[in-house]
Design a protein around this ligand. Structure first.
Ligand code: CA
Length: 234
């Protein structure tokens, strides 16, 4: 996907911020659609194809977290639409909630529109490289790239965005030991120096979901002091 064909939906009720973003992103070559409420955002997504979402957390009729959840749940083709949150609140909790429900990154206001453009580029690059290159090595796992779904023996595994990215990495290179740092950098586009435990939490929940696929297979192997690898030899 080149930038010229990338449609970005900006959902932001502060007109000055939306103006600045539209200007910066149009300059970069993105096709911009702007709305200021959650309701209008849903209406656009029902009728137009969007490749990226820039989402304000504080909206007049809803909040960005709820809206993203609704989009991911109800709008089938958008279950993994890449999303960047704009937030006025910088508390850790906002970031964690945002990333947990499937945002790819966030920026805190006030931000530079150029910084936003750079983040979008990074996220799309990562997103498209997963989309184009992934092949699974086992017949048991099937990765539907168009739907961004992974299934095991024909049953869809319900994954969060972070878990989906982890699975994609694991299936691309089964047996490879990924360090925690490596996984953090690959799953999240920002450096989070103290977030080793967050990766452990994601791995734990992913393991729980995989044990529902087959409780007898230790899919994810822990390498003490190093990180994790994925086992497809079963
Ligand atoms: Ca707002």
């Amino acid at each position: 996907m080149n930038i010229g064909s990338t449609s970005v939906l900006i959902v932001e009720d502060e007109q000055e911020i939306a103006d600045a973003l539209e200007y910066a992103l149009t300059t970069e070559g993105y096709q911009i659609t702007r709305v200021s409420t959650g309701q209008d955002a849903m209406a656009v997504l029902r009728t137009q194809t969007m490749n990226f979402l820039v989402l304000d957390v504080g909206l007049p009729d809803t909040n960005g977290f709820e809206l993203l959840k609704a989009i991911r749940t109800n709008q089938e083709p958008y279950s993994n639409l890449p999303c960047l949150f704009l937030t006025a609140r910088s508390e850790e909790i906002d970031r964690i909630i945002g990333l947990e429900i499937g945002a790819d990154d966030y920026v805190c206001k006030p931000f530079s529109p150029r910084e936003v453009a750079a983040r979008i580029k990074t996220i799309l690059k990562r997103f498209n490289s997963f989309e184009n290159n992934t092949r699974t090595n086992s017949d048991a796992f099937v990765h539907n790239e168009a739907k961004r779904e992974i299934s095991f023996d024909n049953a869809k595994i319900n994954l969060t965005k972070s878990e989906y990215i982890l699975m994609t990495l694991f299936l691309e290179q089964p047996g490879r030991v990924f360090s925690r740092r490596e996984l953090i950098d690959l799953v999240w586009s920002e450096k989070h120096p103290s977030d080793d435990r967050a990766i452990d939490t994601h791995i734990k929940s992913l393991r729980a979901k995989l044990s529902q696929c087959d409780p007898n297979i230790p899919f994810i192997k822990t390498h003490r002091g190093h990180g994790y690898s994925f086992n497809l030899n079963f």
